[in-house]
Design a protein around this ligand. Structure first.
Ligand code: GLY
Ligand code: MN
Length: 462
């Protein structure tokens, strides 16, 4: 937990940015796994964490804009709670630790909301993403759960995004720490990736490092020799000699700050010439973006820079052809690079994505492309100092997509389909780093994780 002044100041800023009414922030409760008492590891809501800092179940916060007051609603443990869970600091003490002097039992929340509604005051809330929160909001506000999405406050969303998207120094320290843990996770995968091992043996160790370091993985580990399945959570294959292995995994630390790193490595520790050639193209795309990141540029332009680097590289190998700019404008690169370059990262691994991607990655000046590939770009808007984001280009050979485009003769001015056939079983390569936008450029977060061909081969053989 940060000092109480941090949370007081954040709430004060939020109250300034939302004109009037009450801001209602419902914290998370335990979510059942297979029966009520057996639940998933508790995860606090990220915005509740940001403004109220309390990592406990069944807490709700209210910011009263006109009164300039904040409230916490929660109940102290009864004897049953103490017996099973141990003594908990009183709600009053917990609230005071984050600068909230007014704490009330949960049953009073209903009355506070009812009075505000009777007075015609606006109640702002963020888009709920959990069923339990939807039910709570529905009961408090008298809105059917199906109607909640229409009632969310875009004014509040914009205000929260404007605060959370600029990472404070103390948050950057947390993210550096989360990325340092990712170093341990990824170097473990590199050392274990020998032919014959089952993917889940590596995935389990990767996840174990995260847990042993203070928190869960920031999203389910993606670890597979079928790299062309971009979000492949299946870990049932035995690693085959000569195959590539992708590990896309990050840590979420005790304060919920996340990392999200991808490395693609050769099973057995040595890239083949063919693998090296494609690897160098993806690495160049990743590096060109890192060098290009600075305040004032559009991240969409970095996505297109990655697309151009990939197109040029594939053209040099004879897989693509024609004018690079025209090929990218036509979207031809998306046969091999069918996703966006990256996303914001912070308290959520896709930071604030639950508010709606367009609220976070786009603004009044830039709208989402409808072209296959670029349409999936999560972050496109102008970069500001303090943004933390991912840089994650990739090249994949996806059989079904190749077959579809080929059957339609799609972008045949830019794609050598005969040559593509020689790579049909290549699978793919993705490389991802977490990057902070600084006043003058960028900084890669965390301890450098082996990334060049030589660094990876050296680590794998160590
Ligand atoms: N690293 C997984 C993702 O960004 O979707
Ligand atoms: Mn990512």
């Amino acid at each position: 937990m940060f000092k109480k002044e941090v949370y007081t100041k954040r709430r004060e800023e939020l109250r300034k940015r939302v004109k009037s009414g009450l801001i209602l922030m419902v914290g998370n409760v335990d979510a059942p796994f297979n029966y009520p008492a057996n639940h998933y590891t508790f995860r606090q809501d990220s915005s509740f964490m940001y403004f109220f800092g309390i990592k406990k179940q069944k807490f709700t916060g209210i910011l009263d804009i006109e009164a300039g007051e904040d409230y916490i609603f929660a109940d102290d443990f009864d004897m049953d709670g103490i017996i099973w869970m141990g003594k908990m600091q009183s709600v009053k003490e917990q609230a005071e630790r984050v600068g909230v002097s007014k704490s009330l039992p949960v049953y009073k929340l209903d009355q506070v909301i009812k009075t505000a509604l009777e007075q015609g005051r606006k109640i702002h809330f963020l888009p709920p993403y959990r069923a339990e929160t939807k039910i709570t909001l529905s009961a408090l506000l008298g809105i059917p759960t199906a109607g909640l999405s229409e009632a969310v406050s875009s004014e509040l969303i914009k205000a929260v995004v404007s605060l959370r998207e600029i990472k404070e120094e103390r948050e950057i320290e947390q993210m550096e720490q989360a990325t340092d843990i990712a170093y341990l996770m990824h170097t473990m995968a590199m050392k274990m990736a020998k032919p014959g091992i089952k993917e889940m043996e590596i995935a389990g160790m990767v996840e174990g490092i995260s847990l042993a370091s203070g928190g869960p993985v920031s999203f389910p580990v993606i670890l597979s020799q079928n790299v062309h399945i971009i979000h492949n959570y299946d870990h049932s294959a035995f690693l085959e000699d000569g195959r590539l292995l992708v590990t896309d995994a990050g840590h979420e630390n005790e304060l919920h700050y996340t990392s999200d790193i991808t490395r693609t490595i050769p099973a057995g520790g040595k890239f083949t010439t063919k693998q090296k050639e494609i690897y160098e193209i993806v690495l160049a795309a990743n590096e060109n973006v890192r060098e290009g990141i600075k305040p004032g540029i559009l991240y969409r332009d970095m996505h297109l820079l990655a697309a151009k680097t990939i197109t040029q590289g594939l053209k040099d190998l004879g897989i693509m052809k024609g004018d690079v700019d025209q090929a990218v404008a036509a979207g031809a690169h998306a046969l091999f690079y069918p996703h966006g370059l990256g996303h914001m990262i912070g308290l959520d691994v896709h930071d604030m994505e639950g508010f709606g991607e367009d609220f976070v990655g786009y603004d009044d000046k830039i709208t989402r492309s409808d072209q296959f590939g670029t349409a999936f770009l999560r972050l496109a808007k102008e970069l500001k100092p303090g943004f933390a984001l991912t840089d994650e280009p990739g090249i994949y050979f996806i059989h079904d997509l190749i077959d579809l485009w080929k059957s339609e003769n799609k972008n045949s001015d830019f794609i050598n389909y005969d040559k593509v056939e020689q790579y049909r079983d290549f699978s793919g390569i993705r490389i991802e780093d977490d990057i902070l936008v600084t006043e003058t450029g960028s900084k890669v977060l965390g301890k450098p994780i082996p990334k060049t061909v030589k660094e990876i081969e050296d680590m794998m053989q160590s």
